[in-house]
Design a protein around this ligand. Structure first.
Ligand SMILES: N=c1c2ncn([C@@H]3O[C@H](COP(=O)(O)OP(=O)(O)OP(=O)(O)O)[C@@H](O)[C@H]3O)c2ncn1[C@@H]1O[C@H](COP(=O)(O)O)[C@@H](O)[C@H]1O
Length: 106
């Protein structure tokens, strides 16, 4: 099976660790550190939400791509393997979000 675009992008992002911040935006984010990366994830999430209520489908698509890119940078910085996120999503398949919430300890 061909590799998912998010896995391909994650490899590119990993390869930017230690690269020149003047020629790579990803390297610039790594150089600025976790707080800056987390801030960008928050900003892009908010921009996606705003696009969802006030902008066009093309804007939602573009903001979603920005959000996913910055989330992958966050995972790379935090040592999170995307495969673990995919596995967690797969584990949840078939479990209703409402049933899961109701099963939590009160
Ligand atoms: N997918 C992306 C991607 N999406 C968004 N961005 C960048 O994210 C930035 C977001 O813009 P903003 O205005 O919010 O941020 P900013 O004003 O530049 O930053 P701050 O002032 O907030 O620090 C822009 O510079 C975009 O170009 C991305 N930069 C890189 N990629 C991918 O990462 C690969 C490697 O990129 P480099 O590391 O730059 O070589 C690229 O080939 C792409 O595949």
């Amino acid at each position: 099976m061909s590799q998912h675009v998010l896995d391909q992008l994650f490899q590119v992002i990993e390869g930017r660790k230690g690269a020149d911040p003047d020629s790579s935006y990803t390297a610039k984010l790594f150089a600025k550190g976790r707080k800056k990366i987390a801030q960008k994830v928050g900003e892009e999430g908010l921009e996606t939400a705003i696009a969802a209520v006030a902008e066009t489908p093309a804007d939602i698509t573009a903001e979603s791509a920005d959000l996913l890119y910055h989330l992958l940078v966050l995972w790379a910085d935090a040592g999170i393997d995307p495969a673990d996120v995919w596995a967690e999503l797969a584990r949840r398949q078939g479990i209703s979000g409402i049933a899961e919430k109701n099963s939590r300890p009160k």
